[in-house]
Design a protein around this ligand. Structure first.
Ligand code: PLP
Length: 419
């Protein structure tokens, strides 16, 4: 039995609320003493990481296609069963390079319900992102909506595998073939996920991953373009390194998109814990699912059982009628308790700048997106998070709903200035 201070603090951290005035929002003690962030990094075996860093320093090779970058690229390609992996400094630059190497110009169709980098990677190089609506069931780009947005200026489509759930790859592939458009996937969430039994990384002209600290698999910062297209792979590799084909031999316009050795060392270390990360995420996800089973108005998004998934995102949709509080009212309750849930991807790319000014009426064709951004919350999970924390958070959410009338009354009173 442990009776040290840590145990005591944890017990106090997770204390249940028995009345509404116990909520931190109304003056009670915060459920968590420390902020609980979404997307805290999954960290593997730190001894392995440190020994790689020592080795890197001993060899005095810090970047420029070093041993670890080469090893990381090889291992990623093997894991995904894809021919080529080009590691990059981050996912956004990988997207920019893939877009450029694919020769996109004019207009490219993307979902608005995505991280803003998907749109920025186009706008940054003066390509117009045309925002498509989504299927509210899957949160992913809707091929029927894509069809309606194709114009003579359209050159490509970027599908996003939101939350790691593959978008309708077959539907988009058929459109791309029929209309002669390039098809790229933003697979930033989908490392280790599969579509119809085949690993993400093998679809479209290229798929782009992010290994940012908050993603399932991280290399501090990092990304990769993965493709089975030999010519595209060559172009991407040149572009990632200023267009250098050899010493003093620049054959292409390029940028600096290289991954460094420290990042590759971290990436390799993360890869060694790949299965453990999934196990922990799955354990947390299953706990959330059990806890939410009897909470009206909370819908936990599900992952396809027959596919491989990384379970990195715990996303709930709040039906404010059944739950009796709005998503934003619940968010206030949770934030006050130090549970820093996020409203991904509120308010939608089309309502962020510069897109909001450039396309003020984009929302007219995005009804599913505009409805969804009012409902979603992303909850904490990952290797720094345990089942008892999950239970505590779910208990709190259930409590807020059960006492919705009083919570709302006190919230309104707070807003009027009193406590
Ligand atoms: C994280 C993310 C990116 C950007 O990746 P970085 O490595 O952070 O540059 C792009 N698209 C989506 C959908 C993302 O979630």
């Amino acid at each position: 039995m442990r009776s040290d201070g840590r145990e005591l603090r944890e017990q106090r951290d997770h204390e249940e609320k028995s009345k509404v005035s116990d909520l931190a929002l109304f003056g009670g003690v915060k459920m968590f003493a420390e902020p609980q962030h979404v997307g805290r990094p999954n960290i593997g075996d730190r001894k392995r990481l440190i020994s790689r860093i020592e080795d890197m320093l001993d060899r005095c090779w810090l970047t420029n296609n070093g041993k670890y970058v080469q090893e990381f690229e090889r291992e990623v390609a093997v894991l995904l069963g894809a021919k080529h992996c080009i590691a990059t400094c981050n996912g956004t630059v990988a997207l920019e390079i893939a877009i450029r190497a694919a020769g996109l110009s004019g207009e490219v169709i993307v979902p608005s319900f995505t991280f803003v980098a998907t749109a920025h990677a186009l706008q940054w190089q003066a390509i117009v992102p045309v925002f498509s609506d989504i299927d509210p069931e899957t949160h992913n780009i809707d091929p029927a909506a894509v069809m309606r947005l194709i114009t003579p200026r359209t050159t490509g489509i970027i599908g996003v595998h939101v939350w790691g759930r593959p978008c309708d790859i077959d539907g988009l592939t058929a459109i791309a073939q029929e209309r002669n458009l390039a098809l790229i996937f933003d697979a930033a969430h989908a490392f280790g996920c599969s579509y119809k039994g085949k690993m993400i990384g093998n679809f479209g002209l290229a798929e782009v991953f992010s290994f940012h600290a908050t993603k399932f698999l991280n290399s501090f910062e990092g990304g990769a373009v993965v493709t089975n297209d030999e010519r595209l792979a060559k172009t991407v590799r040149l572009m990632t390194n200023f267009g250098f084909a050899g010493y003093d031999d620049v054959v292409y316009v390029g940028t600096n998109g290289k991954m460094n050795e420290a990042s590759a060392a971290m990436g390799l270390t993360s890869l060694e814990s790949f299965e453990d990360f999934i196990t922990v995420n799955r354990r947390n996800y299953d706990a959330y699912q059990r806890e939410f089973a009897d909470v009206p108005g909370v819908r936990l998004i599900e992952y396809p059982e027959r596919e491989r998934g990384n379970y990195q995102y715990v996303i709930i949709e709040i039906d404010s009628e059944a739950f009796r509080l709005s998503r934003d009212e619940l968010r206030q309750v949770l934030w006050a308790e130090n549970i820093l849930v996020r409203r991904y991807f509120y308010p939608g790319c089309h309502r962020m700048q510069p897109y909001r000014s450039l396309f003020p009426h984009a929302g007219l064709v995005l009804p599913a997106t505009e409805a969804l951004v009012e409902r979603t919350l992303c909850l904490p999970t990952g290797t720094s998070f345990g089942v008892s924390e999950v239970r505590a958070i779910c208990g709190l959410i259930r409590f807020a709903s059960e006492h919705a009338t009083e919570v709302r009354r006190r919230l309104e009173r707070n807003q009027r200035g009193g406590i």
